[in-house]
Design a protein around this ligand. Structure first.
Ligand code: MN
Ligand code: MN
Ligand code: MN
Length: 286
C-alpha cells in the first residue's frame, strides 16, 4: 500500500507557511491517509484542518507541539488525539504564550541596548501574533539587514552567549505530559536526535519522559540518517514507547522534508498509529 501518515506538521497558525486547508489539500495530493496538525502552542488550526480532511477522506488527528523545560534544555512534546477544548490544556497554552511574550519583549530590549532598533518591532510582533517565536525575531533581523538568513540571525544574536539571548522558563516536562493526558491525548517525544544531548542524557530524558507517563517517541522522521534511526528505534524498545511517524513539515519546497511518510517502523517498535485508529475516546487505553 502506498498510504502515508504524518503525525507532526505545522500550519501558518504557528510557524508553517500553509493554511490548515492548504495543508490538508497537499496531504491528499501526497496520498496521506492520516494527518495530525501539531502547531506550536496552539490548536487554532485544528477545526479547519479537521473539516478539510473529512472532505478528502483523510483521518484527522487533532494535535499540538508543546515546548517544555528539562534540565535547562528546551524539549518539544507532541500531543496527539487531544480534546482541543480541554481546560487544562488551554491553561498550559495560555501560560506558555505569556512566557513567550515576556521572552520576546526582553529579547527586543536586549537587542535595542546592543544598538539594534528591535524593541518596537518585537512589541508589534507580540501584539500581532498569538504565538510569537524566536524564529519570527530572526526573520525581523534578516529583514533589517542584520543577518543574511535566519540561521545566521540565531548564530549572531539569539543563541546562548549572544546579545539577544534570553534564557527561557518553560513549563516542566511532567506538567506538559499531564496537560496532554488531561486532554485525553497521547504524549510523544518529538525529534529526540535534534537535542544537544549526549547518548546518556538522551536515555535519561527518555526515562524521565516514560516515568512522567509519556506514550510515544518519534522514530520515523524526515532526513534521519541510519545511525540516528537505529538510536531512536532502540530508545523506543528500551523504554517501551510507541513509535511515531512525522515530517515536522513547515513549508512546501523543502524536498528533504516532504509531507507524509510510509507507516513502516523498525522491528519490535509498536506503532502509535494503531492506537490512533481506535475510536477517539479509546486512544489512551493501553
Ligand atoms: Mn517550528
Ligand atoms: Mn519541534
Ligand atoms: Mn515541529
Amino acid at each position: 500500500m502506498d498510504e502515508r501518515v504524518d503525525l507532526h506538521t505545522h500550519s501558518n497558525c504557528s510557524d508553517g507557511t500553509l493554511s490548515p486547508v492548504e495543508l490538508a489539500s497537499l496531504a491528499t495530493a501526497r496520498q496521506v491517509a492520516m494527518l495530525a496538525l501539531t502547531d506550536h502552542d496552539t490548536v487554532a488550526g485544528c477545526a479547519a484542518a479537521q473539516s478539510a480532511c473529512t472532505a478528502y477522506g483523510i483521518r484527522f488527528v487533532p494535535g499540538i507541539e508543546l515546548t517544555c523545560g528539562w534540565h535547562e534544555r528546551e524539549i518539544h512534546i507532541v500531543g496527539l488525539a487531544i480534546d482541543t477544548e480541554s481546560t487544562m490544556l488551554r491553561a498550559q497554552i495560555e501560560d506558555t504564550r505569556a512566557r513567550r511574550r515576556a521572552r520576546i519583549a526582553e529579547i527586543g530590549r536586549r537587542l535595542e541596548k546592543h544598538g539594534i532598533a528591535a524593541a518596537e518591532p518585537c512589541a508589534s510582533l507580540i501584539a500581532g501574533n498569538a504565538t510569537p517565536t524566536r524564529m519570527h525575531v530572526a526573520r525581523l533581523l534578516v529583514a533589517g539587514g542584520h543577518a543574511t538568513n535566519t540561521e545566521q540571525a540565531f548564530e549572531r544574536f539569539l543563541r546562548r552567549g549572544q546579545p539577544g539571548h534570553v534564557p527561557a522558563d518553560w513549563p516542566e516536562l511532567q506538567a506538559t505530559v499531564a496537560s496532554i493526558h488531561a486532554a485525553g491525548g497521547l504524549a510523544v517525544l518529538a525529534h529526540p536526535h535534534r537535542y544537544p544531548l549526549s547518548n546518556g542524557q538522551l536515555r535519561e530524558l527518555c526515562g524521565h519522559f516514560k516515568d512522567a507517563g509519556g506514550d510515544g517517541i518519534e522514530v520515523s522522521l524526515a532526513g534521519l540518517g541510519p545511525a540516528d534511526a537505529d538510536r531512536l528505534a532502540s530508545l523506543a524498545r528500551r523504554y517501551g514507547l510507541a513509535g511515531s511517524i512525522g515530517s515536522d513539515f513547515h513549508e512546501p519546497g523543502l524536498p528533504w522534508r516532504p509531507l507524509g511518510r510510509f507507516a513502516k517502523l523498525p522491528d519490535q517498535v509498536i506503532s502509535i498509529v494503531d492506537r490512533l485508529r481506535r475510536p477517539d475516546s479509546d486512544a489512551r487505553a493501553p
